[in-house]
Structure formats: C-alpha cells, structure tokens
Design a protein around this ligand. Structure first.
Ligand SMILES: [Zn+2]
Length: 116
C-alpha cells in the first residue's frame, strides 16, 4: 500500500495542473476569440490544427486580428428631422429662427406664417 501511494501520488500532483495549463495554452486562440462572430471557425482551426505549431499560430493571429462585426450594422442615422422645429431661416437675414416665432429674433423682420 505504501509503495503504491508513493508511486501514484507524484503523478497526480503533477498531472492536473500540467493538463490545465497545457489545455489553456493550447486553446488560448479560441479563448481570445470567444466573443467573435467567427469563433466557431477559429475554435475548429485551433482544435484540429493547433497541434501543428503553425496552425496554432494562425489561430492565434486570427483571434487577435480585428474583425468586421458580423452583419453590417446600420450606421446610426438620426431619424429624418422635420424641417421646421426650431430651425428655419429668416428670409430677410438668413439666420435661424425659433419655430412658431412671428418675428425674426435677429433682425426683427416679420416671418411669413407659411414657413412651417
Ligand atoms: Zn432675420
């Protein structure tokens, strides 16, 4: 029994940590790519080609490269503004006037009521 334990324990002391570190290093590219849209592709490359050093390097570079975010995001276009609200222009002086104002705040010219 004593002989068995002495033979067995060093193996278990060493093994789990070594395995965890090795696994982490091996799957480091996939870990780095976990939030990417092409994570699956990187993971598969990592899994199947990672044991070749060059495959691992490719997966790592891929994981670190900048990605175009999956589906093209609509550029945050502001909704089309109604033309009047607070910004139509005085016909006399060309300065912007408050919506609904009867007279230009800059030059005092009477504003046409049709401006809105
Ligand atoms: Zn004016």
């Amino acid at each position: 029994m004593m002989f068995f334990s002495l033979w067995f324990v060093p193996f278990f002391h060493f093994h789990p940590i070594f395995m965890l570190v090795s696994l982490f290093l091996y799957f480091l590219p996939a870990v780095l790519a976990r939030h990417r849209s092409d994570f699956t592709a990187i993971f598969l490359l990592n899994l199947f080609a990672g044991w070749t050093f060059i495959g691992w390097i490719i997966a790592l570079v891929w994981a670190l490269s900048s990605e175009r975010q999956g589906p093209p995001q609509p550029v945050a276009a502001p909704p089309p503004q109604p033309p009047a609200e607070g910004s139509f222009f005085c016909t006399a002086c060309g300065k912007p006037c408050a919506a609904g104002a009867r007279f230009c705040s800059s030059c005092g010219a009477a504003l046409p009521a049709t401006q809105r």
